[in-house]
Design a protein around this ligand. Sequence first.
Ligand SMILES: NC(=S)c1ccno1
Length: 242
Amino acid sequence: MRVDVVSIFPEYLAPLDLSLIGRARARGVLRLAVHDLRTWTHDVHRTVDDTPYGGGPGMVMRPEPWGEALDALAPADAAPPRLLVPSPAGAPFSQAMAHELAAEEHLLFACGRYEGIDQRVLEHAATRMPVTEVSLGDYVLFGGEVAVLVILEAVTRLLPGVLGNAGSLDEESHAHGLLEAPVYTKPPSWRGHEVPEILRSGDHGRIARWRRDEALRRTAARRPDMLAALGEDLDKKDRAAL
Ligand SMILES: NC(=S)c1ccno1
């Protein structure tokens, strides 16, 4: 997978050199490049923003640098990337979207700052590539860079060969519409707290059932919306756990 990130603070993306993402890059599983938007400015002050039409507080990111950046990174003679623009006004990011993005060949992230990017940049981009405004949640950040770190971590870990134990993906939260069950390791007793006996029984059938029941109970308590979405997918044993 190829990923390009455009930002006025490329150093914000430095964590993408670390840990499992850094290793995926070193192995060529992820070909990632971070670009400074000011590369595509031409004035002495390398200006990327201006006052908003219609008045109001703050500044808006000018369309010209963005237009040239997208022309350079998504040339008309190449397969178009999927353009992702982190924004509080975006569609909610989810594990399902992470899986969708993990199947893409080329992702292009545009990190907005100030009051945002001139809307015509997204409108023009949409004439030649898929554009998705995406939100991590109902809150406002200084810009899109932190959201890119989160999204890229969620996506990269789904790429083949990145996680040492791909089985981890099967039981984790949101893998099958439920929150994951609690996990335990040695010692069996710790400060008066015991590991559930079932997990030390060696009975893998009963252990699997216990984990499913715990996941159902946790989901019912913390995310009833997720449980409701499962609807008919719950069988009699599932309903008995609730
Ligand atoms: N909620 C998100 S993703 C965001 C981006 C910029 N500000 O908030």
